[in-house]
Design a protein around this ligand. Structure first.
Ligand code: ADP
Length: 444
């Protein structure tokens, strides 16, 4: 077992990683920007190293500083968390070249899977259905793009090959608007991801987003810890996640799982990963792989009784996992609400929900500061119940207990959604959030 690990991240995910490490007997080294000096991850880690000023570009994204911090404190491994450099193949390579273990798959796989066009081709090769679409569009070849879009049928969606976080996507409903939007999308892709490559997919109206949680040991063993349904989204960003998905029946679940496992086995994937699908009726389409731990992993932890971060660290440092892929048992229903800070500031009061089946993962404490420089997610409230109805009632009770003062959060909005008949019916698509909020605005 490794002795010491550096966490190249902040906030809730850094706290989450520290918790697993402490139980495994692994010492943790936190890094922080000057804006995070008093942040909870700094307080909880065994050691902490300041890596720069508030702006992420000058701290959490400075590769050399992160690696220096790891080497100077005698770390053997580096956990990238989510966001920041977690899916950056060049960073993973640098970490490895400096003699550190990277908690993630091989850099070549990060590169392959991080390119949505190449990942789609890989998925197809292993027999997974992909959303109908094109390969990377040749620069300036508008005719080719127009023909492809006409063939797919409008509406279509233009996506950045290197995209992530819901950025760089443009929906096009008419042929006359295609050329202009491709140019805009390529510009956005270049600005956000330093790569102008874009491609076109058929745009599905109001589909569901369903993903599989994979954990694999790098030696060809891959386990699926069930699926997560992340259909409740605002601007393509997930808001509520649940496991299992109300949209899958056992046959769909089986064919999705049997379709995805060979990809991870053949690639000799290591660590935690997610395969994302769009679901329309009884059809599902591969969308992408996220080659890292994901924010919503706790719902899978609750239904599978697994510490996914622990398994991720074991597989990436020792090439083993404590899961038998053929003996995964899933129990009950888990639901997660992301609690986002709608404004930065100091938390003046915090009352955390508790009781049976309730988990609160967060970096908040009374008196802490939520800085304006980073992701707005401040906490995740996760519940586990017997079935969907029980989990929803439990979430409603837990949201009612949660008190955060000093900063504005989306807590009331989350409560409105989980109590809305549309959400409760289990039968909705990605426009669910907009539909519910429009009603609230109109005073219904
Ligand atoms: P990112 O990598 O930026 O998060 P994804 O490719 O994972 O982007 O897509 C994010 C969300 O965008 C999906 O969950 C879905 O709501 C929407 N989306 C993506 N592709 C399509 C599509 N072809 N049709 C309809 N919605 C889509």
């Amino acid at each position: 077992m490794i002795k010491r690990l550096l966490i190249a991240n902040r906030g809730e995910i850094a706290v989450r990683i520290i918790r697993s490490c402490r139980e495994m007997g692994i010492e943790t080294v936190a890094v922080y920007s000057t804006a995070d000096r008093d942040s909870l991850h700094v307080r909880l880690a065994d050691r902490a190293v300041c890596i720069g000023p508030a702006a992420a570009a000058k701290s959490y994204l400075v590769r050399e500083n992160l690696i220096m911090a790891a080497l100077h404190t005698g770390c053997e491994a580096l956990h990238p968390g989510v966001g920041f450099l977690s899916e950056n193949a060049a960073f993973a390579r640098l970490v490895r070249d400096k003699g550190l273990l990277f908690i993630g798959p091989d850099p070549d796989l990060i590169e392959l899977l991080g390119d949505k066009v190449r990942a789609r081709a890989a998925a197809e090769k292993y027999g997974l259905p992909v959303t109908p679409g094109t390969g990377a569009l040749g620069a300036g070849n508008d005719r080719e793009a127009e023909e492809a879009a006409e063939k797919l049928g409008f509406p279509v969606i233009i996506k950045a090959a290197a995209g992530g976080g819901g950025r760089g996507m443009r929906i096009v409903r008419k042929a006359s608007e295609l050329k202009e939007n491709i140019a805009l999308a390529a510009g956005e892709a270049e600005a956000n991801f330093a790569d102008p490559a874009v491609f076109i997919e058929k745009y599905l109206e109001n589909p569901r987003h369903v993903e599989l949680q994979i954990i694999a040991d790098g030696a060809g063993n891959a386990a699926v810890l069930g699926e997560r349904d992340c259909t409740v989204q605002k601007n393509h960003q997930k808001l509520i996640e649940e496991s299992p998905s109300p949209a899958l029946d056992p046959r769909m679940r089986l064919s999705m799982t049997e379709g995805a496992v060979p990809l991870f086995r053949e690639l000799k994937y290591r660590g935690a990963g997610t395969v994302e699908f769009l679901v329309e009726g009884r059809s599902f389409y591969f969308m992408e792989v996220n080659a890292r731990i994901q924010v919503e992993h706790p719902v899978s932890e609750l239904v599978s009784g697994t510490d996914i971060i622990r398994q991720q660290i074991l597989s990436c440092t020792e090439g083993r996992m404590e899961i038998d892929p053929d003996a995964v048992e899933l129990r009950g229903w888990a639901l997660e609400c992301r609690i986002n800070a709608l404004s930065p500031g100091t938390v003046t009061r915090l009352e955390v929900p508790g009781g049976p089946g309730v988990r609160f993962d967060s970096f908040l404490y009374a008196g802490c500061t939520v800085p304006p420089h980073y992701d707005s997610m401040a906490a995740k409230l996760i519940v586990h119940g017997r079935d969907r109805d029980h989990a929803i009632k439990r979430m409603d009770r837990a949201l009612g207990e949660l008190i955060v003062e000093g900063i504005k959060t989306n807590k009331d909005c989350q409560r409105r959604i989980i109590n809305h008949p549309l959400f409760r019916s289990g039968n909705f698509g990605t426009s669910c959030y907009e539909e519910i909020e429009k009603e609230a605005e109109n005073g219904f």
